[in-house]
Write a protein that binds this ligand. Structure first.
Ligand code: HEM
Length: 227
């Protein structure tokens, strides 16, 4: 009797040979997230300007969504539902289909060093779009964790009385704010690098719009047992 164990992503409705690098749900979630993220960042800056954390750092009306803090808050609260629900679906999708394991793992220190050295030599090997390099994988994991941080710290500072336990976990209201602000800095830092790299290799943007190349069947574990 022979037994085949396929990756869970392969058992979906798409036959293995027909799978795209970025299936439709990933593309829709990615672009919804990109648009909503702009709203969250710029409205967040509007709220921040009303009560700054770093003295002297003010974003200014050009970068803010909302003429004053109350308007920015309205945008932030409207956007957060889209961000949280879209993000939750992406997490469930990534975990249940095996996409996260397949695309983002493993990351070895050796691969990380290798990619950093190549990048420092301006070598952006991106012939094969179906493989993320170690730095890419790490950055995606970091930004996904930063997104989760934004939702959790956001809930804490939105309803500090109802979620007082959560607020204490972050060391109080003001430090929960600092965690929320730090998450924004991580996401904005990621975005600068992410968009720059996408522009340097424009075919990745096209792939995120149209689906990209079809994947070879994922590595399969085959065990042959005699019955
Ligand atoms: C206008 C802004 C954006 C552009 C042009 C863009 C572009 C892209 C492209 C081209 C890819 C595919 C990379 C590849 O195949 O090598 C990608 C993947 C990804 N992007 Fe973006 N992106 C944008 C905004 C964002 C934002 C705001 C986030 C999150 C904060 C984000 C998170 C991700 C993640 C996690 C992936 C990997 C998705 C997966 O494979 O499941 N992107 N992006």
């Amino acid at each position: 009797m022979s037994q085949e164990i396929l990756s869970r992503a392969d058992r979906g409705h798409d036959a293995p040979a027909r799978r795209r690098l970025h299936p439709l749900p990933v593309r829709v979630m990615h672009w919804v997230n990109a648009a909503v993220m702009m709203v969250m960042i710029t409205s967040g800056w509007g709220i921040y300007d009303d009560d700054v954390i770093i003295h002297g750092l003010i974003f200014g009306s050009f970068f803010r969504l909302g003429d004053w803090a109350a308007w920015s808050l309205n945008w932030h609260f409207a956007g957060m539902w889209f961000f949280a629900i879209n993000g939750l679906i992406y997490l469930i999708y990534g975990l249940t289909t095996g996409r996260f394991v397949e695309r983002l793992l493993p990351i070895t220190p050796r691969d990380l060093v290798h990619t950093v050295v190549e990048t420092l030599h301006f070598k952006f090997a991106h012939e094969d779009l179906t493989v993320y390099n170690a730095v890419q994988k790490l950055l995606y994991i970091v930004v996904i964790l930063a997104g989760i941080n934004q939702v959790v710290t956001g809930i804490a500072i939105w309803k500090p009385v109802q979620f007082s336990g959560l607020v204490s976990l972050f060391g109080g209201f003001q430090s929960a704010r600092v965690f929320h602000f730090t998450g924004m800095v991580v996401i904005v830092g990621f975005l600068v690098v992410h968009v720059l790299l996408a522009l340097i290799v424009p075919k990745t943007i096209w792939a995120m719009l149209a689906g990209g190349p079809r994947l070879k069947p994922a590595p399969q574990i085959r065990t042959a047992r005699k019955s």
